[in-house]
Design a protein around this ligand. Structure first.
Ligand code: PLP
Length: 400
């Protein structure tokens, strides 16, 4: 019989993928489910992006590309970072992969060994700890309570750093909370990092264009230029351009790290899809009205859903700065009794109650490292959001 390598048995399947699959299965079995677990835009990829992919196929761009991406895509990435963040990167500081997820995994694979420590602020994207563990590192989870806006404080960062710390992972706007750091907050974190020159930063900015505030979104590399050579800035087209299935992610950072990532990629996948690269290059350089229009829609949904959830006694929801998730607090329902008598003891009990009782699929905060909370995606229609809020309201009202 087959026994997987220990790096496989040490990790788990992404709980968000598992929950989405469960919601799909229940739907397929005929249950009336409102699926609030989805981690991808409900919009279709813009037509002009699809046309750019067709054109690339017709031009014969259907072969292997350079390991670090096509020149056109590299130029588009450099142009995007310059235009939106004022950051200058050279071509040898850019890598391209099959999604930001692959880039993050390769970055850890290229750098982590012997239990090196990776600081992961919680709540975190479910994949970070497992990616670290799969690469023989040690995740160091730092809780960032809601009272601090779910954000890492300089004091908590300082306390978490040891001589073995190799990376800090910063993800803003965050999955699952939508929280983001102000320039002043980034400068304060930067002051700590400048005192610890062994620490690199994985800045996962995949949601940075899904941004709701008036002041522009900023990132550590722009707020603290002295740290730029210690930051791997990762991003991708999945979330901003509704291109999750095209699998293009990329990063900018110090040339030796980028070279190591490219070396691994040369032995792993050679390069991401040539057609997807052409589509991504187009998306990053073309008119950006799709981004503006979709963000306006997400914002309307966010405002509606937050207002509805905050009106439910027992629940409360901090308003996210960006991304397309809500991370409501459900402390007020813990300890209460479901109609059939069982007590809700954890946020997992609560999401299972929502699923069984009213057919709303959500994810427990525990999967993201912070309880008692649950995650709802608003990358779904207003109709579905309204229905989900009605059902959650009904479910909570039925508790004793
Ligand atoms: N980072 C975060 C925080 C995410 O939520 C996701 C997707 O869910 C990714 C990275 C990966 O995006 P992709 O691999 O589609 O580029």
């Amino acid at each position: 019989t087959f026994t997987p390598a220990s790096r496989v048995s040490r990790i788990k399947v992404s709980p968000s993928s598992a929950a989405s699959a469960r919601a799909r299965d229940l739907k397929a079995a005929g249950r009336d489910i409102v699926d609030m677990t989805v981690g991808e835009p409900d919009f279709d990829t813009p037509d002009d992006v699809k046309a750019a992919a067709h054109a690339a196929i017709d031009r014969g761009e259907t072969k292997y590309t350079a390991v670090n991406g096509t020149p056109a895509l590299r130029r588009a990435i450099i142009g995007d970072f310059k235009r939106r963040l004022g950051l200058d990167y050279a071509e040898n500081e850019i890598c391209v992969g099959g999604g930001a997820k692959q880039i993050l995994f390769l970055a850890l694979m290229a750098s982590v060994e012997n239990g090196a420590e990776v600081i992961v602020p919680a709540p975190y994207w479910v994949s970070y700890p497992d990616m670290v563990i799969a690469n023989d590192g040690t995740p160091v989870i730092v809780e960032c309570p809601e009272a601090q806006g779910f954000k890492l404080t300089p004091a908590a960062l300082e306390a978490a750093i040891t001589p073995k710390t190799l990376w800090l992972i910063l993800n803003a706007p965050s999955n699952p909370t939508g929280a983001a750091y102000s320039r002043a907050e980034l400068e304060a974190l930067g002051a700590v990092l400048l005192r610890h020159p062994q620490v690199f930063v994985l800045s996962d900015d995949i949601y940075d264009q899904v941004w709701f505030r008036d002041e522009p979104m900023t990132t550590l590399a722009a707020a603290v230029p002295a740290l730029k050579d210690r930051i791997l800035l990762t991003n991708g087209v999945s979330k901003s351009y509704a291109m999750t299935g095209w699998r293009i992610g990329y990063a900018a950072g110090p040339a030796p790290l980028v070279a190591a990532i490219n070396k691994l990629q040369s032995q792993m996948s050679s390069c991401p899809s040539s057609v997807s690269q052409a589509a991504a290059a187009y998306a990053l350089s073309a008119d950006q009205s799709f981004v503006r229009d979709s963000v306006a829609v997400y914002k309307e949904r966010r405002d509606y859903a937050c207002a509805r959830l905050n009106a439910i006694p027992g629940l409360s929801c901090t308003v996210p700065d960006g991304a397309f998730y809500l991370f409501p607090n459900c402390a007020g329902v813990i300890g209460r009794r479901m109609p059939e008598g069982k007590v809700i003891e954890t946020d997992l009990d609560f999401v299972l109650y929502l699923l069984d009782g009213v057919g709303v699929a959500a994810l427990q905060g525990a999967a993201y490292g912070l309880s008692p909370h649950f995650r709802l995606s608003i990358a779904t229609s207003m109709e579905a959001i309204r229905e989900a809020c009605d059902r959650i309201e009904r479910a909570v009202a039925a508790l004793r």
